[in-house]
Design a protein around this ligand. Sequence first.
Ligand code: NI
Ligand code: MN
Length: 226
Amino acid sequence: MKITYFGHACFQVEINGTKILFDPFITPNELAKDIVVESINPDYILVSHGHEDHVADVERIAKQSGATVVSNFEITTWFNQKGIEKTHPMNHGGSWNFPFGKVKYVNAIHSSTLPDGSNGGNPGGFVIETKEGNFYYAGDTALTMDMKLIPLFTELDFAILPIGDNFTMGIEEAVMAANFISCDKIIGMHYDTFGYIEIDHEKAKEKFHHNDSELILLEIGQTTEI
Ligand code: NI
Ligand code: MN
C-alpha cells in the first residue's frame, strides 16, 4: 500500500490501484499550501466525522474526481444535499465489502457537528481489510476501550492515530492505543496544524520506541510504502 500525507488528518492510501482519501482539509491548512488540490483524484473519500478540519475539501475533490463519499448516514446525506450523488452511508459496527476491500465503521470518542451546524451523526474511524494488508484510520478520538475490539477481528499492519492532544488523545494515550489494537507501526496525525496541537517530534517517536513500537511522522506531500 502506498500512503501519501496531505497534512493534518488527510491521507491517501493506494490499494492495488484504487485511491482512498481520508478527511481532506488542505486548502485552509497553511502547512499544506504546496499541495495541489486539483491534482488529487481519489476513487473514494472516507470521512470520519463532520468537523471542518476533516470535511473542508470533500465537496470540491468529490466533484472534480467523481469519487464516492463514504461516511456515517448523517454526513453522506449532507453531501447528497450539496449535489454529491455517489455516497455510501454506514453506521457504527457495520461493514461493507467494497471492490478494494472490507470497510468497518468503528467508534470514536469525539463530536461531529458539521460546519453549518447540521447534525454530523456520531464520529467514527475505519478498519480496512484488503488483499494487500489491513489498517485502522482512527479519526479524531480519545483513547477508548473499544479499540480492544479491533484485534479480535482484524490483524493490523499499520494504524493512523491522532497524537496531537487537546482535541484528541495525546502521545501517551496513543502509545496505549497501539497496545490496545496490537499494532506496532503507527502513523501519526492531527498534530502541529494549530497552536493547541503542536508536538515535539523526537520526544513523540522516543515514547513509541520505548514501547517497542514505531511512530512514523510523514512530511506533508511525502509518500511511503507499507
Ligand atoms: Ni474533530
Ligand atoms: Mn479534528
